[in-house]
Structures are given as structure tokens and as C-alpha cells.
Write a protein that binds this ligand. Structure first.
Ligand code: XMP
Length: 512
């Protein structure tokens, strides 16, 4: 296996993901615990991640020099490469003056093994950079493999010891042939083999779940009807069989017909018992008068947990509450190292500080598209695996401002019309996620010769892979026209329809 040492860079999980895609098992480890893991026989190679710190700063994470005497191949990326230059004799780095952000044209000086069969000597390729400091002198026995116009050392190698460093990020999609560069390191330099399949991931997770649970412990799982919690449930079912109980909470913030549809689908998919609870009074009551998005999210997260804890009391020996938390929930909630809070996903940042149940989140480090592949591997039906994402806080974050029953009813109807028309037009399958939003404002219109003052409806449809970035879908104008026509004709209170043409970033997918 491969070890990835986490220096806190935003792309650490992307490195892990790329390695998984190449069919190799990897483990992410903090610098403090790295030596123990990396000295194990099973670790055949080591990647040092990027990080936000400056190597020379006091308190910046470091490694002991003896680490490089383990005799294992090492690839330092960005901060990782700078750290090599700082630790190994002869290397020198300089801060600030040679920074590069975003696209850079990298020229190959020597292909070595790292760039072999990918680029030719002298070839220029596009790579993604994000660094303030730079290596200005390579350590002893190192050779320079690549440069840019402004930075003389953007890749270096000590081929005797199999130590490599790259200043750019091979793990991001914008770096040309980045995966191939990682593949050269993993297969040709570390000698690892492609033997880690999605079925291994499933097996590994199942074993992990078994290992954290006592033999007689029962698990409660919060099911939303969505892909993530369904896949988590299927995994846990595989591990604990019928020691699992599902809870589906109708918080009064679901879409039209959703509760019934989920009920029907679950009865065909799962064998463990599922309790359906109507808690809409409770949630809507708590949300009364609240208009701040983060406050709404926190209230919903808290109420979910309260209901789960109540339900757990009725069952015997429930030690764990399982959730379908995935990686984008974690990073946006600001809970991964150094990540900033964007919004508190209800199942992560919205949790109360003290909880009676332990959390079990087997999908926490996976991206949405990987979760779907795991779901397919577990044999979940297509309509579950390919269901559009729907946020846990439901329509509460699509009714902008205070949530009332009246506004929810308006939003539900418009959302239903939108979904129905997308379905009928056949483009529904091509859309990653689509929904309507009801803003907290009114505008003037005219209907039948009289002035109106009504709500607009915002329509949003996006394409994405893993929810980290997204682009708006170019829905044909004729179809938009038809949908808008139906909404204003069938809904008296709506006098305007707006289509959202923002990408993520700078927007997010949801409006709150
Ligand atoms: P944003 O709005 O952050 O959304 O671009 C990314 C994806 O996550 C969904 N989302 C949530 N899912 N709990 C969830 O389970 C939440 O609190 C939450 N907030 C957003 C959103 O629908 C999109 O697919």
C-alpha cells in the first residue's frame, strides 16, 4: 500500500482519490504518526501532501531526516517537495518571491522515470500550481527534472534513493496527465500493483464497521431516501445484518410525494426494519421566526439527533447512530484540516456538541461519484444509486429566509412542475441536480390588467461530479419557456420565473 502524509493541503483527499482510481490502496496519516506507519513492510511508497504553511515558519509540520533513510520511494508534492529541500542536506528554499497560482507552463528538463512515456525532454505541459515558497537549490544528489519560466526547480529527483519532488499538483484535473505522473510513481517507482478494486473498498469498509462495533451492539441509521444514506445502510447491513434499524424522519421539509415514494422504494431494497416518523410539527415549530441559513441548518441538525436519540431509547443496546455523511459534507462544514466553513451540512456541522450515541459514518472520506459506485457494487437498484442529491435540511434551505407552511406549499408545487417537465422532456437523466428556490422577496407584475405583487420562483439545474464544483445546465429555451409558463399559470402567487446561471464557485449549488 501507499501512505499519504497529510500536511493539511486542500487536495489531500483528491490525492487519495486518484490513487484509489489507479487501483492501489492508500492510507492518509498525520505527520506525527507517519514514521510508524511508513516503516511497516506493507508500505511500498510515500506521498507527502501539500499544505498551507511555509516550511520555514515556526510550528510548521515537519518530518525527521531519518524518515528519508527508510529506503522507501517518496514523492513530495508542493509543501512536500519544499520539506524535502529543507530537510535534506544541500537543499534551500526561498519564501515569497517566486510564487505561482493556477495555470503554469512547465518545461521538462529530464523525464527520469517520473515523466517517462508521458512527456519528452524539452516538452512543455500545463500544470496547476499553488505555492508561495519555492525550492531554489536542490538537495545533494538530486537532479532537476522540470522548470517554469519563473521557477527554476518545479520537479527534482534523487533516482538512487527514489526520492522525487514536484512543485505542481498532479492530483488536480487541470494538470495535464497528472494521473499518469502519479501512475509512474506508484507503479514504476514504488513497484505497486493495481489490485485495489471497488469490491475491496466495500470489503474493507465492512470489516472496519465490524471492528468498531461490539458483537451485540445495535445500530440506528438515519435514512433520508438519498443515495448516501442508502449506500451507508447497505454497507452496514452487510456488516451487522439485522442488528440495524432505519429511521426515516419526515421533517415537513420534503418534496411533493417524497415520503410515500421513499417508503415504497425502501420496502423493496432493505431487509432491516425501518421506522417512519412524522416529526414535521416539531421541526417547523423550531424553525418558526428563524431566517438565518446557518441557524436553520443547526436547528435541523440538532432536531434530527434529538429524534434519533429518543428512538434509540426504545431499542435495546443501541450504541451507534449511522449517517451517510460524505466528504463534501465534511469539507464544506469546515471540519477537515484547515478548511474554511462554507455551510454547516446538517449531518456534520449542524450536530450538537454532546451526543449520547457514537457516530458511524462509513462514507466520510468518499466523493459522491465513488459512493454511487459503491452502491452499484452492493447491488442497490439504479433508481436509488442515481437519484439526484437532496439536502438533509430539505426545502428549509430552498425557502430563503423564514420557513412557513405557506411558502413550503408554494415551493413544493413549483418544484414539482419543474421536475415533471424535466422528466417529460427526457433531459432529467442528464441533469445532476435540479430544483426550485423560493426567495424572500416580492416583485411587481401585471395579470389581467391588474397590478400583482408576488413571489418569483428561481429554477436551478447543475452538472457536477462530486458536488465540489458545478456548472449550470443549458436547458433549451423552449423548455424553460414551457416550465415558466406552467408555473405562472398554475400558481397565482408567482408572477416571475428566474433561471440561475451561476457556477460553483463562486456560487454554491443550494442557495443557503
Ligand atoms: P452546496 O450547496 O454546498 O451543495 O454546493 C453541495 C451538495 O450538497 C447538498 N447539500 C447537503 N446535503 N446536508 C446534505 O445532506 C446538507 O446540509 C447539505 N447542504 C447541501 C446539495 O444539495 C448539493 O448536492
Amino acid at each position: 500500500k501507499l501512505a499519504v502524509i497529510n500536511f493539511g493541503g486542500q487536495y489531500v483527499r483528491l490525492i487519495a482519490r486518484k490513487i484509489r482510481e489507479l487501483g492501489v490502496y492508500c492510507e492518509i496519516v498525520d505527520p506525527e504518526n507517519a514514521y510508524d506507519l511508513c516503516s511497516s513492510q506493507r508500505v511500498k511508497g510515500i506521498i507527502l501532501s501539500g499544505g498551507p504553511d511555509s516550511v520555514q515558519e515556526e510550528g510548521a509540520p515537519v518530518l525527521d531526516q531519518s524518515f528519508f533513510d527508510l529506503g522507501k520511494p517518496v514523492l513530495g508534492i508542493c509543501y512536500g517537495m519544499q520539506l524535502m529541500a529543507e530537510i535534506l542536506p544541500g537543499g534551500r528554499i526561498e519564501d515569497g518571491s517566486l510564487s505561482e497560482y493556477g495555470r503554469a507552463e512547465v518545461k521538462i528538463i529530464d523525464t527520469d522515470v517520473l515523466f517517462e512515456d508521458i512527456f519528452e525532454r524539452g516538452e512543455v505541459f500545463t500544470a496547476w500550481m499553488s505555492h508561495g515558497d519555492s525550492v531554489v537549490k536542490e538537495p545533494e544528489d538530486f537532479e532537476i527534472l522540470a522548470e517554469t519560466a519563473s521557477v527554476p526547480i518545479v520537479a527534482m529527483a534523487d533516482r538512487q534513493k527514489n526520492l522525487y519532488g514536484v512543485q505542481f499538483h498532479p492530483e488536480v484535473t487541470h494538470t495535464e496527465r497528472g494521473s499518469d505522473i502519479l501512475a509512474n510513481f506508484i507503479f514504476d517507482i514504488c513497484g505497486l500493483e493495481e489490485n485495489w478494486q471497488i469490491s475491496d473498498i466495500v470489503q474493507d469498509r465492512v470489516e472496519q464497521i465490524k471492528s468498531v462495533l461490539d458483537d451485540d451492539a445495535n445500530v440506528l441509521i438515519g435514512l433520508s431516501g438519498g443515495v448516501d444514506s442508502s449506500v451507508a445502510a447497505a454497507l452496514i447491513q452487510e456488516a451487522v445484518g439485522d442488528r440495524l434499524t432505519g429511521i426515516f424522519i419526515d421533517h415537513g421539509l420534503l418534496r411533493q410525494g417524497e415520503a410515500e415514494q421513499v417508503k415504497k422504494s425502501f420496502s423493496q431494497v432493505f431487509e432491516f426494519p425501518i421506522k417512519f416518523i412524522d416529526a414535521s410539527q416539531r421541526f417547523l415549530g423550531q424553525l418558526e421566526g428563524v431566517s438565518d441559513p446557518e441557524e436553520k441548518r443547526n436547528i435541523i441538525g440538532r432536531e434530527f439527533i434529538k429524534v434519533f436519540e429518543q428512538e434509540a431509547e426504545d431499542l435495546e443496546n443501541v450504541t451507534h447512530l449511522a449517517q451517510g455523511t460524505i466528504y463534501s459534507d465534511v469539507i464544506e462544514s469546515g471540519l477537515d484540516q484547515n478548511a474554511a466553513l462554507i455551510k454547516s451540512h446538517h449531518n456534520v456541522g449542524g450536530l450538537p456538541e454532546r451526543m449520547e450515541l457514537n457516530l458511524l459514518e462509513p462514507l466520510r472520506e468518499f466523493f459522491k461519484d465513488e459512493v454511487r459506485r459503491i452502491g452499484e457494487e452492493l447491488g442497490l437498484p439504479e433508481d436509488v444509486v442515481w437519484r439526484q442529491p437532496f439536502p438533509g435540511p430539505g426545502l428549509a434551505i430552498r425557502v430563503i429566509g423564514e420557513v412557513t407552511r405557506e411558502k413550503l406549499a408554494l415551493l413544493r408545487k413549483a418544484d414539482y412542475i419543474f421536475r415533471e417537465e424535466l422528466q417529460n422532456s427526457g433531459i432529467s437523466d442528464k441533469v445532476w441536480q435540479s430544483f426550485a428556490v423560493l426567495p424572500d422577496m416580492k416583485s411587481v407584475g401585471v395579470m389581467g390588467d391588474t397590478r400583482t405583487y408576488g413571489y418569483p420562483i428561481i429554477l436551478r439545474a447543475v452538472d457536477s461530479e462530486e458536488a465540489m464544483t458545478a456548472d449550470w445546465v443549458k436547458i433549451p429555451h423552449e423548455l424553460l419557456d414551457k416550465i415558466a409558463g406552467r408555473i405562472v399559470n398554475e400558481m397565482e402567487q408567482i408572477n416571475r420565473v428566474v433561471y440561475d446561471v451561476s457556477s460553483k464557485p463562486p456560487a454554491t449549488i443550494e442557495w443557503e
